[in-house]
Design a protein around this ligand. Structure first.
Ligand code: RIB
Length: 327
């Protein structure tokens, strides 16, 4: 396999690699600025918090790190700023064994940030400023084609330009790479090609609600939503339901499966969905014959560990932290 060509990108340093990856993520990196307070503030209100920390986040990077911690050989295709957050982020990938040859830098925007508030019930509210993530362009994606086309699984989300996510999914599908698409944060009027390009379309209740226009508050409503999303052309649909587990529907089946999860005491649910998706990708890559229902059950067990401590990536388990029955 040949590495990317030098196209004189601003601060984008091409790297030759002979590696074939299990999981490639084309997606976002954010520095998470997290405040903990007893409750979320109301509109126009200032409240006291009791703790603050900075962590590594961004849905794309979170998913990549979780897959890597389970043992997947991973690469990230992303863009960070030419700033100290960008420096730390690149180092974070290296520390987690993620290949960074396609993590570009730009001086045109700052590394993405997420302002996160977590309340005492472990619930959160998040505002992202995507910054450099939006500067990832089609030439850089093209440079990554050799690794995308030889990977087992590609994951995309919606914290970079949707056109770049669509392009990455198309590249993967043309090369028979399994695609997992996480439409987060959800946007109304999602391009219909996203459904057709998704082998697995995985979202949470609120995203499913926005995309289908129907309420998704329980297992029965999630079953209806999976049918509607599958009808739009996905290979399979998973809707995650927090403590209620998830609902899985695979084409051409007409009966969805409810996959419950073990009850745990949640401290911080931020990034649990990303832990689930990263684990999903790991299992799909390593156990290609496993039923999606079982893949989802195991991914749910991994995500359940992540909600029991604070932070996003800081709460993600390594393979060594998990029971042998998950491998
Ligand atoms: O899904 C959680 C993530 O959403 C956080 O890490 C934050 O960065 C936002 O992207």
């Amino acid at each position: 396999m040949h590495g990317p060509l030098n196209r004189n990108h601003l601060m984008f340093i091409p790297v030759m690699t002979e590696e074939a990856f299990d999981v490639i993520v084309v997606g976002s990196c954010m520095t998470d600025l997290v405040s903990q307070s007893a409750r979320l503030p109301k509109e126009g209100e200032t409240i006291h918090g009791h703790n603050f920390f900075i962590g590594f986040g961004g849905k794309g990077a979170n998913q990549c790190i979780q897959a890597a911690r389970l043992g997947a050989k991973t690469a990230m295709v992303a863009k960070v700023g030419n700033d100290s957050f960008g420096d730390s982020y690149t180092q974070n990938f290296k520390d987690n064994g993620v290949y960074t040859g396609f993590v570009g830098r730009t001086s045109e925007a700052a590394t993405g940030v997420a302002s996160i508030i977590v309340n005492d019930a472990g619930e959160n509210a998040i505002v992202i400023v995507a910054g450099a993530n939006m500067k990832l362009n089609k030439e850089e994606l093209q440079d990554a084609l050799p690794v995308i086309s030889s990977a087992k699984v590609l994951i995309c989300q919606l914290e970079i330009s949707p056109q770049m996510s669509l392009r990455a999914l198309r590249m993967a599908q043309e090369n028979k790479v399994t695609t997992i698409f996480n439409p987060a944060p959800a946007i109304p009027d999602l391009d219909p090609d996203f459904y057709r390009l998704s082998d697995v379309f995985c979202c949470n209740e609120s995203e499913a609600e926005l995309l289908t226009g129907s309420s998704v508050n329980n297992v029965e409503e999630a079953r209806c939503a999976t049918r509607e999303l599958l009808r739009r052309g996905c290979g399979a649909v998973i809707i995650t339901l927090g403590a209620q587990g998830c609902v899985v529907l695979e084409a051409p089946e007409s009966t969805s499966k409810h996959v419950p999860t073990s009850p745990v005491s949640a401290v911080d649910t931020t990034g649990a969905g990303d832990s689930f998706i990263g684990a999903l990708a790991y299992y799909v890559a390593h156990y290609p014959a496993m039923r999606l229902e079982e893949v989802a059950r195991r991914a749910g067990q991994v995500a359940a560990v992540s909600v029991q401590s604070m932070g996003t990536q800081s709460s993600y388990p390594h393979k060594r932290d998990l029971g042998a029955e998950l491998f």
